[in-house]
Design a binder for this molecule. Sequence first.
Ligand code: ADP
Ligand code: MG
Length: 589
Amino acid sequence: MSIRILEPALVRQIAAGEIIERPASVVKELLENSLDAGAGRIEIAVEGGGIRRLTVTDDGIGIERDELALALAAHATSKLDSTAGLAGIASFGFRGEALASIAQVARVALTSRPAHSEAAFRLDAENGRLAAEPVPAAHPPGTSVRVEELFFAVPARRKFMRRPATEFAHVTEAVRRIALAQPAVAFRLSHGRRCVLDAPAATPEERATAVLGPEFAARVLALEYAAGPLRVSGFVERPVTAGARGEPQYLYVNGRAVRDRALIHAVADAYRDVLFHGRRPAWLLFVELPVEAVDVNVHPAKHEVRFRDQRAVYAAVRGAVAAVLAETRPARAQAGTAGKDSNPREAAATATEVRDFDWTALATGEATAAYARSSHAGAPLAEPAAGPASEPPPGGLGRALGQIGTLFIVAEGRDGLVLVDTHAAHERVLFEGLKAAWNRGGREAAQRLLVPEEVKLAPPAVERLMAAHALLARVGLELDRVAPGAVAVRAVPQLLASVPAAQLVAEVADALAAAAGSGEFVAAAADRVLADVACRAAVRAGRRLTLPEMDALLRRMESTPRADQCNHGRPTWVCLSVEELDRFFRRGR
Ligand code: ADP
Ligand code: MG
């Protein structure tokens, strides 16, 4: 077959196919045009899944009679000024191709009345051909685009259309995606007679609730972060409620919904050590930065963008999400009530006592001895350390009352009954302590041994330990190789001082072996090792704690970031409020 130049009509159809794939892509393009036109209210009426007919009506600036034909022509746009070029695009559109593409593959009626004009006009187009003249029409200020019989002249495409219900589901998703980022604009979507979404102008939070449902709003934390001209805002789910799959995740750059693998990874990275394996948190994130710092001209449907400084954006998104997740700890839940009804002297006494108390000894069960050395020596251990039972409980998690079996601590909290998973909580507290030490990277984290202790290990374990030598030194574990199968331990992490050195080194070597196989980044691997060490050092199920030990753990949780969940994303505590208990016991009446 010889090479021929394609018919212009065919070229246009191919180009149209890049932008218009299905009814949902028509809706996306029309909504973006309405937003660019400054609409305050947009209605989307769909019939037959949008294949038969869909109409988008706005109250924007409108189009002059004499410009209707231009609006439908290829590469005609009012948005891209040739002098400014592609460098600073603030509008959704700029390619001037959407209306022309739609008119290429459907029957289109474009009706508009400019804001200042008394008259409306309509121009029809079909299969790439425009009607000769606009005709007078009835229309309030604004624009309507009606699109009928999508792909009626492109059988190859029409074959790929799904059932109307499926196409409408895609349309709905396209509308939600845009409505989430435009809370100030009212949206209404209907399919036949059925109204599917009616969202009045609202705040970002109200809009998220209207579009994603009240359960989304109940599960997320609001986030607001700024670094110079870069802003990250939105909502992220608390790790403990994250579901198995299908949770909504929406990412916007300057109001444009984008798929950006790097930024999605940045969010995942922020959740790294607080999420139960395989869970998917819901989130809605808006990144805002100067238009010159983003290139939106990367993808025909503009689903992708390129950043001038990818690393800065990555760091900002990761940091913003990590910061808000760090606030998931028991103290926060009670922030409003702290101190209000508690005796200040009592609270101060409790604080000192907690500081004096060597809670790290919990790791091996020397806590009772440690407690005896602290200021409360001699006090009967059976009595709650904070005072008689009539006193208000000290912190957010309250006063420990006892243990159920060996697994759970029962406490009287400010709001009701608090149950704490002993192992999960202790693991978290140790892990965060180790991470803090690692981040400070100082020697203060280390406790030097008077005589270095020699530990025998398999040569590969020694290899791994020595390869991670610098990393380990940062948390206070200082090692030297003394033989192919032995290391000398010179210092151990302060937090784990009570774990026998041989046991600690063996467990660290195991954790390193596990991380080595996973191919993670160095930081992720370090985190994993710390988490592993914390998990192994934490109180094992099976040991009963004393009340002071329990109280010390509760106080520690209140001051530890991310303490609401263990390193695997499971919750560490739960509170059954007095009202909930009341409802439970009186529910029959
Ligand atoms: P682009 O959005 O890339 O400019 P389109 O083909 O989507 O290209 O639209 C072409 C032009 O038609 C726009 O630049 C704009 O001037 C005009 N237009 C399209 N839709 C509307 C609308 N809803 N209200 C006002 N003007 C519109
Ligand atoms: Mg457009």
